[in-house]
Design a protein. Sequence first.
Length: 229
Amino acid sequence: MTDALLLIVDDEPHIREVVRFAAEKAGYRTEEVGDGEAAVEAARRLKPDLLVLDIKMPRMTGLQVCRTLRADSNVPIIFLTSNDEEIDRILGLEMGGDDYVTKPFSPRELVSRIGAVLRRSKQTAAPVATPNTTIQHGELVLDQERFEARWRGEVLTLTVTEFGLLATLLGRPGRVFSRDELMDRMYRSNNHVADRTVDSHVRRVRSKFPGAEVVETVHGVGYRLGPCT
């Protein structure tokens, strides 16, 4: 998916230049802005395929940008974060980010993660046709062809990663998936994702089903699909 449009958001021009150079060398189209307010405006105007979004910026932080966009968009977001921002990294994922890269970063690693998130987005939004692309368990229904999730008849807004997590669990009800197995499915080309990243996505998913058991923890093992009632 090398014709995808990336929106690069960072208040440091040299960071934007590094990301832009690496992304364009890999075949991506790019646009860039230097603050959070401009990021929201550009994201809504340009409809990019993915955002590379710094967390610490003037006017609006990356977390605020993510929260604003998630009100009406599931555009994939990869956060750029510093070594001392562990809490921000987790908060960012819980707000709806799909992945993060820690500064200083390898441009090659960032491009690899961009590719992984875009492939996951493409596969989730437009999967290969199968006899039945709709999966249902209890009151949760996932329509994989339309990239739509419904809970008790109401449509939910999910990120690509959240949808993929639920699709993995619904595909094998009753099976317990370890964190490593979930990471393999969520980050196929990335061997450097921490367990806490998966935990953060699970917490984010659970927050969208208050009072219901949709994802169960099997202590010491991993996660499985709950009764969804």
